[in-house]
Design a protein around this ligand. Structure first.
Ligand code: UDP
Ligand code: LCN
Length: 833
């Protein structure tokens, strides 16, 4: 199976050309120029030379990491020695490096080379270079997609027109992020744009605001404004009088003491629990009616108690609170969703208390019911979320065509045929559970968001979409060579579902830049859906644009109940500490562990992840085994849900377990490693990180690609220094050299050196331990996450209510794709096999 680590080309697919054609909106071209792209004259011969060398390697398609590697070699081989002496040559090299920084791919077609450049974060632009030409020519998206198809299907097939998908026309008026660092603040930008636009529109803004605030009910009770206020002028007058009257009342007086006074002026509950808060909120309202200033408007809407019930959708994998993490398809998303549910409930409760309304939040996690639950609670239709007052896991089954319930777990790649019926059944479950419609639906990952889309569409509720680790950029050329991978992965369904669900969502939540538009050196996950082709199925001229102001980076946290510093000794539970020490860290391997330790007092290099290829734990075994100093200073500890291939039904997991065994033997690691098969609960997980910190050990996250990486913030919160992959979210979490090290897991020596430096230098260890705790406290907390999501949801709810997006055409296009592309492909999966 290809992974981002193997930079190899794959054989061409035999797919046929599409015969269907859904009306594609008007053609558009990219227009992305930047100074970085304007190649200085001197660099062109250098680029030509470089491209010619790459071309001579007989590979039609060269991908980003190969390009970066070959470029370094090329510069070392041909130029290296002269750079210092010749400034113009140095300038040309610098210019070439700038031009090719983050370059996505290079495709050779006849004499031409097509180069996908990244003129900025989240931006791509295609140029063509002919050996006899003295300039780079811009290439349209359509032409490029055809050339890509031709590389797989041959020119004749590729030149026959097929289905083209293009979402750009629907978002033409939608604001875009210009500065890369603003990429995480989509809704604020949208808010600024719309508020300004509406305010200019002759009082429309104030009228809409009045109607919106008069429309709000909470558990059947009118809140915010009542019908006494019939015009924006009246709102202003009564607001001014009320504010004056409240100046006469003590700030400590409660809402109920002034409720009557407020009601006579048209104001209901929801403005604050006491007069001090009510005055603040009314001051915001007065400012907003005066100027629609977007930040004040966002602050005002953020305070409103508009959301009481939330449905979160996460169907795949094993969703439960205990004994599931580490099973196939079951990892960070489960941790994330459970913590997010608790955080939402806390935040809504807090907001209700601050606003002075008497209501109870209700949060539902909608997932799949698994009758063959293998000792877990996945067979229970309803389960309360630990540590919550009114948050529930609610399960609905998957059914086959005959309506029979599917008993067992099936891979996330094969669940597509069951989701439509799951959504239908879930709708009833949700309506019964909540006794009405939810206020917000939050989908998770591809399948969760497809179901969330169906529900939100049906129930007319705001849909926030959390992305998580989508597959498209995890598997090399998963679009171009989809047909070869189809029987295992069914990417034709998944990528279509992603286009449908993420385009229809009202706002999109990501955890890192990597999940959206990437960084200067590499493409983002959403960005990978912008322009792509699945030869024989469709071409996507514009799928998901990472620069649209719909993307919001709101990182998650690590639960403070479990992930606290090892120095907080009074919070640690002695029994848990002892049992973990005996089972996992002693000289003799405990139950389900392998590997004796010659010297268990050495610090541990610790890793905990699923045995997926992309997590690269076998790479960690390899680099540890090859690093004599590191072996000398430390032991290796792996905690994974299993360490015996025969217990797995997952092909990828089996291969990875086998590979780890081969490497253990090859490097003769006996005496230096421990491999524990364990499904730790959250208390134990927190404690194992702390035990590693007690012994001055280090946590390693060597994945080939990680979109966020919850284990990284968990380890840091516990005071365990970390060495993390440079590919993806972990590199955004860790400030290299301050709160840990960021290293390239393909560079075994460098990664091993980073680990070794920490375990052999006590001062550095301490610096990273303190730095990690500080970093998590500053940037990764669930309270901040929930506060922000609720604010976004309120702001979006407002714009949604006004229908400023005029979504009708977009919705129709999405329905057409669902019925003419997505649904017909379901028949390619037989009975979930
Ligand atoms: N985890 C666990 N046991 C395992 C592997 C993982 O408890 O054997 C937990 C880990 O503590 C974290 C989550 O699963 O909360 C993994 O999340 P992460 O974001 O690091 O990776 P993912 O599995 O989502 O790719
Ligand atoms: C999936 C992943 O692979 C991780 O990188 C994330 O941390 C997790 O989901 C939660 O979003």
């Amino acid at each position: 199976m290809p992974s981002p680590a193997d930079a190899a080309t794959l054989p061409p697919t035999q797919a046929t050309n599409p015969s269907t054609s859904v009306g594609s909106p008007p053609r558009h071209e990219i227009s992305l120029e930047s100074p970085r792209q304007r190649l200085e004259a001197k660099a062109l011969p250098l680029l030509k030379h470089f491209v010619a060398e790459l071309g001579s390697r007989d590979e039609k398609l060269v991908l980003s990491d190969q390009i970066a590697r070959h470029l370094n070699e090329f510069i070392d081989d041909h130029i290296g020695d002269h750079i210092g002496d010749h400034t113009s040559e140095a300038a040309a090299v610098a210019s070439l490096r700038r031009l090719l920084r983050g370059c996505v791919l290079l495709l050779f077609a006849q004499d031409d080379a097509y180069i996908v450049l990244r003129p900025g974060v989240g931006l791509q632009s295609v140029v063509r270079l002919h050996p006899l030409s003295d300039r780079l020519e811009r290439v349209s998206r359509d032409e490029f997609l055809q050339v890509m198809d031709a590389s797989v299907q041959g020119t004749e097939y590729a030149s026959q027109n097929g289905l083209v998908i293009d979402f750009a026309p629907f978002f033409r008026e939608f604001p875009r992020v210009v500065e890369p660092q603003a990429m995480g603040s989509g809704i604020s930008i949208l808010n600024r744009h719309l508020a300004g636009q509406m305010y200019r529109g002759n009082g429309t803004f104030n009228l809409s605001l009045l109607e919106f605030l008069r429309n709000q009910k909470l558990q059947g009770q009118q809140i915010l404004l009542n019908d006494y206020l019939t015009s924006p002028e009246m709102l202003r007058t009564e607001l001014a009088s009320l504010r004056e009257e409240l100046q006469e009342v003590s700030s400590e007086a409660t809402y109920s003491e002034v409720a009557h006074l407020m009601r006579t002026r048209g104001f209901e509950a929801g403005w604050g629990c006491d007069v001090k808060t009510i005055r603040e909120t009314l001051a915001l309202l007065a400012q907003v009616t005066d100027s629609a200033e977007p930040t004040t408007f966002e602050a005002l809407l953020g305070r409103m108690p508009l959301i009481r019930s939330v449905v979160m959708v996460s169907p795949h994998g094993w969703f439960a609170q205990d004994g599931v993490l580490g099973r196939p398809d079951t990892g960070g998303q489960v941790t994330y969703v459970l913590d997010q549910a608790r955080a939402f409930e806390r935040r809504i409760n807090q907001q209700f208390a601050e606003c002075g309304v008497d209501a109870t939040p209700h949060v539902i996690i909608l997932t799949r019911l698994l009758p063959d639950a293998d000792g877990t609670t996945c067979n229970l239709p309803r389960e309360k979320v630990h540590g919550s007052e009114n948050s529930w896991i609610v399960r609905a089954p998957f059914r086959d065509e005959a309506g029979e319930i599917l008993p067992s777990w099936i891979s996330r790649f094969k669940i597509w045929p069951f989701l439509e019926q799951f959504a239908v059944e879930s709708k009833q479950v949700v309506l019964t559970e909540l006794v009405g419609r939810p206020d917000l639906i939050v989908g998770h990952y591809s399948d969760g968001n497809l179901v969330a889309h169906r529900l939100a569409d049906d129930l007319e509720v705001t849909h926030g979409a959390c992305v998580h680790a989508l597959e498209k950029s995890k598997y090399l050329l998963s679009d171009l060579h989809w047909a070869d991978m189809e029987s295992d992965y069914h990417f034709s369904l998944q990528f279509t579902a992603d286009l449908i669900a993420y385009n229809s969502a009202d706002f999109i939540l990501s955890s890192s830049f990597r999940e959206v538009g990437g960084n200067e050196d590499g493409m983002g996950m959403i960005e990978s859906y912008d322009t792509f082709s699945m030869p024989g199925l469709y071409r996507v001229r514009s799928g998901l644009d990472p620069r649209l102001a719909r993307h919001n980076i709101v990182p998650p946290g690590a639960s403070e109940d479990f992930f606290f510093p090892n120095t907080a000794t009074s919070r640690r539970i002695e029994g848990v500490t002892q049992s973990l020490e005996e089972r996992l860290l002693g000289a003799e391997p405990g139950e389900a562990c392998i590997g004796e330790l010659l010297d268990p007092s050495k610090p541990f290099v610790f890793a905990m992840a699923r045995m997926d290829r992309i997590k690269n734990l076998s790479g960690l075994v390899d680099l540890f085994g090859k690093h004599p100093d590191l072996r000398n200073h430390a032991n290796l500890l792996l905690v994974t849900s299993l360490n015996r291939a025969e217990l797995s039904q997952d092909a990828e997991e089996i291969a990875e377990v086998n590979r780890a065994y081969e490497l253990i033997e090859q490097h003769n690691l006996a005496g230096h490693f421990r491999w524990a098969a364990a499904r730790l609960d959250k208390t134990e997980t927190g404690e194992i990180y702390r035990l590693i910190a007690d012994g001055n050990g280090v946590f390693a996250q060597p994945a080939f690609m990680e979109t966020f990486g919850l284990t990284v913030i968990e380890a840091m919160a516990c005071g365990t220094p970390v060495v993390v992959t440079c590919f993806g979210g972990p590199a955004e979490i860790v400030i290299d050299g301050e709160s840990g090290f960021v290293a390239n897991p393909n560079d075994h020596v460098a990664f091993g050196d980073a680990l070794n430096r920490i375990v052999s230098d006590r001062d550095l260890w301490q610096k990273f331990s303190d730095g990690g705790i500080e970093r998590v406290n500053d940037a990764f907390t669930w309270n901040r996450h929930a506060e922000k999501v609720m604010r976004l949801a309120n702001v979006y709810e407002y714009w949604n209510h006004l229908d400023v997006m005029n979504r009708q055409a977009l919705d129709q296009y999405i329905h057409t794709l669902y019925h003419t592309v997505y649904r017909p492909r379901l028949s390619t999966i037989q009975g979930g096999q």
